[in-house]
Design a protein around this ligand. Structure first.
Ligand SMILES: Nc1ncnc2c1ncn2[C@@H]1O[C@H](COP(=O)(O)OP(=O)(O)O)[C@@H](O)[C@H]1O
Ligand SMILES: Cc1ncsc1CCOP(=O)(O)O
Ligand SMILES: [Mg+2]
Length: 273
């Protein structure tokens, strides 16, 4: 277990690279196949649309393989997992891998419940391009005896950096662990994304929507580590901007969608170091 005295100095992801990646994603307008949970369908689709990507929530076992092969990226989110949905997810992942469609795993409540934790360990063997979760989820998948409070983290992201790096080395995936700051690692290089606002934890689905945005950024990405870090930065910066334009959770969500829609790559090109 890490403690505050052994946290390595993690470099901040440069803002100009966020702008470059954002411009690439806006131009490509990737088609993102989402197999997500029942709670966050609407926010996920709206966030992808505001960003400039195309969401499609295709979930039937009979259709997922065909669609995963034509999408630019696939999201697998186990937030409301049940047997039929898991079967569809496994079919979608097999088809995505065969078609070289990158896929992102959001391990909602990993370590809290045995059924989904077992399913997640099986899914990890199918080589996700990216794993994006909160600190408790990433620590649990990395083998620590961590457990969140349901879908929420009980640990700070800074304490999960070592777990994220270890999970990246174990799986070959890029791992993003989110929280007050986000950390993105391939196990060798790690970036810190310091932006964001705590109000993002007071509306449901910002983490799940972030995983969908990560999928959009990883589609066709020349450098997946850079793409994932940029996706985290875009969401966190939009969160800060939305907070300054809202009164609380009720008005945060529309302000957040507006912030994503209004954001231009050129706004993100200042060299901030
Ligand atoms: N305390 C915080 N301060 C600023 N941003 C936060 C904070 N907690 C979470 N975020 C942001 O909220 C989004 C969702 O992250 P998180 O809450 O960790 O995921 P999840 O919803 O899956 O638990 C990320 O963009 C993250 O950077
Ligand atoms: C509340 C809830 N319950 C099952 S999935 C879910 C949504 C979790 O969303 P997020 O991980 O983005 O907070
Ligand atoms: Mg989550």
């Amino acid at each position: 277990m890490s403690d505050l005295h052994t946290i390595p100095l993690i470099p901040q992801f440069p803002l100009y690279r966020v702008g470059e990646e954002f411009a690439r994603v806006r131009a490509a307008a990737p088609l993102v196949h989402c197999l997500s949970n029942e709670v966050v369908q609407s926010i996920t689709a709206n966030v992808l649309l505001a960003l400039g990507a195309s969401p499609a929530m295709i979930v039937a076992e009979e259709e997922v393989a065909e669609f995963a092969a034509m999408a630019d990226a696939l999201l697998i989110n186990v937030g409301t997992l049940y047997p039929a949905r898991l079967l569809a997810m496994q079919k979608a992942v097999t088809a995505a891998n065969a078609a070289h469609t990158p896929w992102v795993l959001d391990p909602v409540a990993a370590g809290v419940l045995a059924y989904r934790t077992d399913a997640l360990h099986d899914l990890l063997l199918q080589k996700p391009a990216v794993i994006r979760g909160n600190a408790s989820e990433i620590m649990a998948l990395a083998g620590e005896s961590a457990s969140g409070k349901g879908v929420d983290s009980t640990a700070s992201s800074v304490l999960a950096i070592a777990a994220a790096q270890r999970l990246a080395l174990q799986t070959g995936a890029i791992v993003a662990v989110t929280g007050e700051a986000d950390y993105v690692s391939d196990g060798v290089s790690t970036w810190a994304i310091p932006w964001g606002h705590v109000l993002m934890t007071r509306v449901v689905g910002t983490g799940c929507a972030l995983s969908a945005v990560v999928a959009a950024f990883v589609a066709g990405a020349p450098d997946k580590l850079v793409a994932v870090a940029a996706a985290c930065a875009v969401m966190a910066i939009a969160g800060e901007r939305a907070e300054s334009a809202c009164d609380g959770p009720g008005t945060f969500l529309p302000a957040f969608l507006d912030a994503l829609y209004i954001m231009q790559p050129a706004m993100l090109k200042a060299v901030d170091e």
